[in-house]
Design a protein around this ligand. Sequence first.
Ligand code: SF4
Ligand code: SF4
Length: 250
Amino acid sequence: MTDDLKDVVSELAQRMLVEWDVNSICTDVLIGFCDLMSDEALRAIDEHPRPHKKPHELLPGTRSGMAFFLPFNKEIVESNRGGRWASREWVEAYISVNRLAQRIGAVVSLAIRAAGEQARSVPPTGDFSEETLSSNWSHKLIGELCGLGHIGLHQMLITPAGCAGRLISLVTTAELEPSSRSDAQLCAYLRDESCVECIEACPVGAIRPDGFDAQACYRHCIANALRLPEMPLAEVCGKCAATRCALGPG
Ligand code: SF4
Ligand code: SF4
């Protein structure tokens, strides 16, 4: 049953990627599973630097988590290299792939419910507090627990397919076999201080080895959104995610 459900989830996500026709932006989806009731997961949630919902607060009876990463392709990444402002291609990719990610979450939840379990997906940009500049649910933490990668100096999840893309997560009452995880450090700065590309790429100096300035980052993302009034509001920048680890580990 567990493996069947995992196969259904993977097939649905792959099919939606094809049917959504986002080939010019994204051609793959990485999927991971984790046991959210394990001591390790509960400790990681408790120790998260910002307030984080407990899995059962999102969905009573939660047992497992799932994370989906939709990586942008090389052309989108290259369009956003250099300069101060996010490229139009990057912003369009962010908007389109966010919508696809949200749809994947909704359809996968329905499929899990059809299999007799409960599920709840968390939108890619949901529950954001403008006061703390953070959400009370971290897709990146769930992505790490699901074995999709590790968070780099720029605070993005670096996966085997890089960090440029969109990430969502979902909780379910189904008991799913966790994906394997690696301890390998995927950020070259955190590994051996051999890269500072994201520090250099950030137009507002938000990334520093001793901490991340979320206020400065958010102000710049808002300024980006205001520059493109003809597009849906998208507070993005992504200069730091178009660097050495954009398309694979740094
Ligand atoms: S650009 Fe370099 S330092 Fe920054 S997160 Fe990626 S690998 Fe780490
Ligand atoms: S998103 Fe832009 S402003 Fe924010 S940390 Fe990355 S490069 Fe800096």
